[in-house]
Design a protein around this ligand. Sequence first.
Ligand code: GDP
Ligand code: GDP
Length: 438
Amino acid sequence: MSKPIVAVIGRPNVGKSTLFNRLTKSKTSIVDDTPGVTRDRIYGEVEWLTHKFTLIDTGGIEPESTDIILSQMRRQAEAAIEAADVIVFLVDVKTGLTDSDMQVANMLRKSHKPVVLVVNKVDDMIKQVMGVYEFYNLGLGDPVPISAGQPLNLGDMLDEIVAHFKVDQEEVEEDDRIKVAIIGKPNVGKSSLVNKIVGEERVIVSDIAGTTRDSVDTDVEINGQRYTLIDTAGLRRKSKIKESIEKYSIIRTVAAIERADIILIMIDAKEGITEQDTKIAGMAHEAGKGCIIVVNKWDDIEKNDKTMNVYLKDITNTLAYMQYAPCQFISAKTGQRLSKLFETIYAIAQNQTMRISTGVLNDVLYEAMAMNQPPSDKGKPLKIFYMTQVSVKPPTFVIFVNDKELMHFSYQRYIENQMREAFGFKGTPLRFIIREKG
Ligand code: GDP
Ligand code: GDP
């Protein structure tokens, strides 16, 4: 199932982050406690009535000078137009209508994307009503007044947003294709890999225009299995301007992750793993998708018999929370180990949809507890009654215990490790929901 993506754009200081925090606040991610996962949240999940969507805040970059606000907003808008399903254009009633608002509105109008024009900082709906009317001049329809600060009228705004979702998009779209996204910073070789695969393998349907987004996915068939290579918007088209400001390319990355089953996190062998790589990897991990760490340009470095281990060690240390993700060393240029890569993708697709019966699961659980007793706190022992699998992609388990507080991260990790040993699950994160049972 792919959740709709909503991007909030607007000038600095209009209240984008305030709104984002307001809407995503109560949602704490299951993996929030995972050490090493980056806290730099600019996207999160929002639930409204029966709808769920991914919200992206493109703010957070403070331009050093007002001259570049406009050019930054243009790029922000471009990225949102390309990757989002609905765009929230946030303006500020206190500063009123500005030139840059006008220019961005022109871009948005031409894009034919659904846009919800939201006027923020309307802390007093009656006194500030004239200020809201001014924004009709943008030609984007009825402005929705809100106060992200108070908060006021957010429900009306959310109604407007979800009204634009395509009905079929929120439904489960099941077919046998394994959806693969390649993510990574600019120039690691993402488009080279797609081109190599497409050049070498039988392309059954290529360049089917995306239905809801301006993206172009490619279907390939390898050893009788169909794969959809998700275009990280313009991968093969070759973007005119290489992304220099990472926040904007994040919109595309989030969109690709959201739609994929398996993520290839691509790292440049010539640079080793960088800070930006770890941020990108953290996003894939949090989304609960199958992951492979792909070290590209392996043809282009000097190696001896130890080189691969040095890389492995470095990656394992840096991405400590992703021990489940296998590492593969490839060359998009020469095609080295591409068939191995697809074998791994296939195996992970099996692992992430694996279901373990409650009986077998609890055999492993009880044996694990016998080998290593659950912890106690102030004389009170943790009791684990049983566990059961509730879903797949990623495999998710509910563990019933006497007291949630007593379930420490380290013991949960121990159980996870025992399960991985018993069942495999290579390449997919596992999720645990701890429930109390009287
Ligand atoms: P961003 O740069 O667009 O992300 O804007 P921020 O969310 O950082 O907000 C900029 C400033 O506007 C902060 O000082 C907020 O406290 C303030 N602000 C945000 N929403 C409201 C609102 O609804 N009413 C008022 N009065 N101030 C707000
Ligand atoms: P993207 O921005 O991630 O899509 O990266 P590109 O596919 O455009 O590749 C960036 C540059 O790296 C290009 O000059 C490619 O020719 C080069 N490149 C990509 N993959 C490889 C590889 O496996 N080996 C070598 N030596 N160069 C590569």
